[in-house]
Design a protein around this ligand. Structure first.
Ligand code: ZN
Length: 111
């Protein structure tokens, strides 16, 4: 999620905030549409394992949903960057290995 993952300004009435440890990483495990503009949500904190339920109005549910999509985008971007770093690290190692082979710095006795 964007910003600090935990903080004193984490308002416990916000669904992404854990009422126990103030983590901002609370995630939904179940959503149910209870009435027009009213959602019942079961939530779980991944940091302290607290599980709790709450009811969200349409606006709060929408804001929470946007936050979850942004978090998923951040995660996907982080994975893409990790893959790039890993791939460039492997390419660099391969290059050094080939260079060592060509300059006879790696011999059969090394294996
Ligand atoms: Zn927590």
């Amino acid at each position: 999620m964007r910003g600090e993952k935990r903080g004193m300004d984490c308002e416990t009435r916000r669904p992404e905030c854990c009422p126990v440890c103030a983590s901002r990483l609370v995630e939904p495990v179940y959503w149910a549409h209870r009435a027009p503009g009213l959602w019942e949500v079961d939530l779980r904190c991944p940091e302290c394992e607290t599980e709790f339920s709450t009811t969200l109005d349409a606006e709060t549910a929408h804001v929470f949903n946007v936050l979850l999509y942004e978090a998923a985008d951040d995660l996907a971007e982080g994975m893409r960057r990790l893959e790039e770093e890993w791939a460039s690290g492997v390419a660099e190692q391969d290059g050094r290995f080939v260079e060592a082979l060509r300059s006879d710095r790696i011999l059969p006795i090394d294996f």
